[in-house]
Design a protein around this ligand. Structure first.
Ligand code: OAD
Length: 248
């Protein structure tokens, strides 16, 4: 860890102030979950979000959209939390910490963290597309390589069950967004981990925190849209960097 960053983190953590961690897809990359951007095999370089991640796409071809999300759910189910997820869970036992994630996987929870805000929803929080009733039953079967899968049906109204993620053009869930804003406004230190900082409003949280007096530290192997406004940048990966915080 760069000495200047170690000093800042030690000061902040020893001072007992609240830490806010904002995570993005890079957080789960070392668990084998593809990011959205930045590599040849990232999701948005292989797939068209307008055909797979909008309400219009769902109306057009629900089986195609559900098949794609079932594939992503299976990737997550087969993955394990990495050393970075585990380190954040441990850090939260030592310091007051709010965890805000853009990720729709459940790897933070499976590492033992409480997530304060899933600002882009959760893959497994299934609900009816028409009436919104939560679907608590088991997931349908998924056969590897199956491109189209007919969605399950709602027991209340018979319409199709959709994944609990925020699609392009949809508003963020109110509760999650207010919890994220609250976390940003109350913290002394923000760790921005594994996000390209391109998707708003989530990408505005570090700047919001900074306006409220927080120090912003970015942890990302690559420069991002947020790097210039961070107080410190640590060019490392989530699984390599975050465990080092426990040694401070
Ligand atoms: P992106 O895919 O846009 O960015 C991933 C970031 O992770 C990049 O900056 C990479 O450099 C970085 N990265 C890659 N490997 C890493 C590692 N091992 N450790 C740390 N960082 C690493 O993902 P997000 O910023 O999360 O929205 O994308 C934001 C939103 O765009 C997503 O939530 C999703 C997408 O469209 C919705 O689904 C609504």
């Amino acid at each position: 860890m760069p000495a200047a960053i170690a000093d800042v983190l030690k000061r902040m953590i020893d001072g007992g102030g609240r830490v806010c961690v904002l995570t993005g897809a890079g957080m789960s990359a070392e668990s084998g979950i593809p990011t959205f951007r930045g590599t040849h095999d990232s999701l948005w370089s292989r797939f068209d979000p307008m055909r797979l991640a909008t309400a219009e796409a769902w109306r057009e071809d629900p089986a195609l959209v559900w098949g794609w999300y079932r594939w992503r759910m299976q990737l997550v189910r087969d993955a394990q939390p990495n050393a970075g997820h585990k380190a954040l869970a441990e850090l939260a036992r030592r310091v007051p910490l709010s965890l805000v994630t853009q990720n729709v996987d459940d790897l933070h929870e499976r590492a033992g963290s409480t997530v304060d805000a899933h600002v882009h929803g959760s893959l497994f929080a299934l609900r009816c597309f028409a009436c919104g009733q939560a679907h608590d039953g088991p997931l349908d079967d998924y056969v590897e390589g199956q491109q189209k899968v007919a969605p399950m049906r709602c027991t209340a109204c018979g319409d199709a069950i959709r994944p609990g993620v925020v699609w392009f053009g949809e508003a963020l869930p109110d509760d999650a967004w207010s919890a994220a804003v609250d976390a940003a406004e109350r913290c002394m230190l923000v760790l921005v981990v594994g996000t390209s900082g391109l998707v708003y409003p989530a990408a505005g949280l570090p700047a919001l925190a900074r306006r409220h007096g927080a120090t912003v530290v970015e942890i990302n192997p690559e420069p991002t849209a947020l790097s210039a406004d961070a107080d410190h940048v640590w060019r490392s990966t989530a699984a390599q960097a975050l465990p080092q915080l426990l040694a401070i």
